[in-house]
Ligand binder design. Structure first.
Ligand SMILES: Nc1ncnc2c1ncn2[C@@H]1O[C@H](COP(=O)(O)OP(=O)(O)OP(=O)(O)O)[C@@H](O)[C@H]1O
Ligand SMILES: [Mg+2]
Length: 353
C-alpha cells in the first residue's frame, strides 16, 4: 500500500516500540535466503505503541542497524500499524482507466476518511473480479495521515535510506504467512482458519488467515513489557537489566512461581479474550491453529499454556523455518529472533512483488 514505485532490492524496516529491525531477503528458485539482518534496541521513550516520538533517536538506531547489517541496499519498505490506517474494499467497473479509477477512489475515500484528503496519503490496488458482478473489480483503498508516513520517511532519511513502500502491518503479516509459514503447514491445517498472533512488547496483533486471505485483524494493548515491568518492580532493576534478565535468566528462585507463571497465566487469558472478538465477528470460520509470534513467544511453555486455555493447538510462528542465510548472518541470533521478525519479513518480501 502507498507504494510509490516499482520495487527491487528492498530492505524490510520494522520500527516497533522497542527496537528497529532490519531484514533483507533474496529469492532463488522459490526459496528465500537472509542476506542481511539486524535488530537495534530503542531507548524507552523513543517510540510509544508504534508512534515515533523522538525522530532523532529512532534515526540514530536505524543508522546503527544499517551499519550492523552491513547491507548496501538503500531502498526500504516500512509499515504503519493498522490502528493508524483506514482500509476499505469498493467495487468499480473493470473498464475504467487507471486515471478514472483514481478519481473514483478519491471521491469514495472522501466519504469515509475522517480527515481532509490533503492531509492523507492514499493508495489503492485492484484485488480481482467482484464475485457478484463480473464486469466489476474489487479495489482495496488504504489511507493514513500523511504525518505517519512523514515520520517514517524522516527516520529513514537520517540513515540515508529511501522509503519506497509504506505498507500496513497486518498486510505484512499476511505476506509473511503466505510466503514463509503456510508452506510448512499440512493441508488439513491450511484448510481451517489460522490465527497468527504477534505478541510483541506493547502490542498483541491478531491476524486470522483463511484460504490464503487475511479475514480478520485487530490490535490489542498487551505484551511482554508487562513482564519487564513486573521484574523491574520486584527486583529493583532498570528497564535494560530487566529486559536482559528476562531473556538470559539469572533471576532469583521465586521468579518463576511469583512473576513468570502469573504473567503466562495472564497472557493466555488475555489472548483467549482477544480471540472472542474474532469468534463473535460475522461469519468467522472455525480456528484450527494458533501460531504465536513476537518476541514474547520465546517464553518456554507459553504456547502450551495458550493451547490449554483456548483449546486450540498452538505453535510458534517462525518465518525463518525454511529460510537459508548468507555466511555473514549469525545463525544463533536469527533463530532466537525469528518470531519477532514477522513484520520485517513481510516487508522484506515486498522486493518480490
Ligand atoms: N527469550 C525471551 N523470553 C522472554 N521474553 C522475550 C524473549 N525474547 C524477547 N522477549 C520479549 O519480547 C518482547 C519484544 O518482542 P518484539 O520484538 O516482538 O516486540 P516489538 O515488536 O518491539 O514490540 P511491539 O510490536 O509491541 O511494538 C520484549 O518484551 C522482550 O522482553
Ligand atoms: Mg512488533
Amino acid at each position: 500500500m502507498f507504494s510509490i514505485s516499482k520495487k527491487q532490492g528492498l530492505l524490510g524496516l520494522d520500527i516497533s516500540s522497542t527496537a528497529v529491525k532490519l531484514l533483507e531477503l533474496s529469492q532463488s528458485r522459490g526459496s528465500y535466503r537472509v542476506e542481511a539482518y539486524s535488530v537495534e534496541p530503542l531507548p524507552p521513550s523513543a517510540a510509544q505503541e508504534k508512534a515515533i516520538l523522538d525522530i532523532e533517536a529512532v534515526g540514530e538506531a536505524v543508522k546503527r542497524a544499517v551499519a550492523k547489517a552491513g547491507t548496501r541496499t538503500r531502498h526500504v519498505a516500512v509499515a504503519v500499524p493498522g490502528t493508524m490506517a483506514v482500509t476499505r474494499i469498493i467495487s468499480l467497473p473493470a473498464s475504467l482507466s487507471e486515471e478514472e479509477m483514481e478519481d473514483q477512489v478519491r471521491t469514495e475515500a472522501d466519504q469515509y476518511i475522517p480527515y481532509p484528503l490533503e492531509e492523507v496519503d492514499l493508495d489503492f490496488e485492484v484485488i480481482g473480479p467482484t464475485q457478484a458482478n463480473p464486469s466489476n473489480v474489487d479495489v482495496i483503498i488504504a489511507a493514513t495521515r500523511a504525518e505517519n508516513v512523514e515520520a517514517r520517511v524522516s527516520v529513514a532519511q537520517m540513515a540515508n535510506l529511501q522509503v519506497k513502500v509504506v505498507d500496513i502491518e497486518s498486510f505484512t503479516i499476511e505476506n509473511a504467512y503466505n510466503a514463509l509459514i503456510a508452506p510448512n503447514l499440512s493441508s488439513a491445517e491450511r484448510s481451517l482458519a489460522v490465527a497468527v498472533v504477534d505478541m510483541g512488547a506493547t502490542m498483541t496483533s491478531i491476524s486470522v488467515m483463511h484460504n490464503a486471505r487475511l479475514v480478520y485483524t485487530r490490535e490489542h494493548n498487551f505484551g511482554g513489557k508487562h513482564l519487564t515491568e513486573d521484574i523491574m518492580r520486584r527486583y529493583e532493576m532498570s528497564y535494560e537489566e530487566a529486559g536482559r534478565a528476562k531473556r538470559l535468566g539469572g533471576l532469583p528462585e521465586d521468579y518463576v512461581p511469583r512473576v513468570l507463571n502469573p504473567f503466562m497465566e495472564s497472557a493466555a487469558q488475555q489472548l483467549n479474550r482477544f480471540l472472542q472478538f474474532y469468534f463473535s465477528s460475522p461469519n468467522s470460520a472455525p480456528l484450527g491453529l494458533i501460531l504465536l509470534g513476537g518476541g514474547t513467544a520465546n517464553i518456554p511453555g507459553l504456547t502450551e499454556r495458550i493451547a490449554e486455555e483456548v483449546g486450540i493447538p498452538t505453535r510458534i510462528a517462525n518465518p525463518f523455518a525454511n529460510v537459508t542465510r548468507s555466511g555473514r548472518v549469525p545463525g544463533d541470533a536469527l533463530s532466537n529472533d525469528g518470531t519477532a521478525m514477522l513484520i520485517a519479513s513481510g516487508l522484506a518480501l515486498r522486493s518480490f512483488d
